[in-house]
Design a protein around this ligand. Structure first.
Ligand code: NI
Length: 180
């Protein structure tokens, strides 16, 4: 089997917030010109934090930053393919829906099937500030929608019934208590 090469960065990792947390429920603000230096420093740290977790996506609010910034890497064919999205905007969603099991680094060990539009079209700025537009389906579509949700203070459990959400949040609280 081919070995997975995880990119490493010589940067400090960032602590990941665990739900429930006020930052995870807050709407993040757009990244502006004055954020350039900060964002340049944050992006490698977010990737390092995500790869180490390990996870396939991480949004800035999860590391206590209220900025519209997220990183994704699905590692297709076990090779790194990092995607950085600054100020992502959903410009199209399919009417066709898809169900997929989701998890979240802010809800460790919790998983549930989430229904979302099957395909998404997004406009964003990449790490160099260049305008990009992509259309995604399957796992990448769900991942992009999940991460953009974080920028609006929405977690995957918010797409579930109140009953299921409460069940997961109780289970998470219990596990977190045992960890301490
Ligand atoms: Ni998440």
């Amino acid at each position: 089997m081919e070995q997975t090469i995880i990119p490493t960065f010589d940067v400090p990792l960032m602590p990941i917030l665990i739900a429930p947390h006020a930052r995870l429920k807050a709407k993040a603000r757009a990244v502006g010109k004055t954020d350039d230096d900060a964002v340049r420093g944050i992006i490698p740290r977010m990737f390092a934090t995500m790869y180490t977790a390990p996870g396939i996506g991480l949004a800035a609010p999860q590391v206590d930053l209220g900025l519209r910034l997220l990183v994704i890497d699905l590692m297709p064919d076990n090779k790194p393919r990092p995607i950085t999205m600054i100020n992502p905007e959903i410009i199209g969603l399919s009417t066709e829906l898809a169900v997929r099991e989701e998890g979240c680094l802010s809800l460790p060990n919790m998983y549930a099937e989430v229904t979302r539009p099957a395909r998404v079209k997004v406009r964003y700025l990449d790490q160099l500030g260049a305008k990009q537009e992509i259309e995604a389906e399957n796992l990448l579509s769900a991942c992009i929608q999940h991460e953009i949700d974080h920028l609006d203070g929405v977690l995957f459990v918010d797409h579930l019934s109140v009953l299921k959400r409460n069940m997961i949040m109780r289970k998470l609280a219990k596990e977190q208590k045992l960890k301490r």
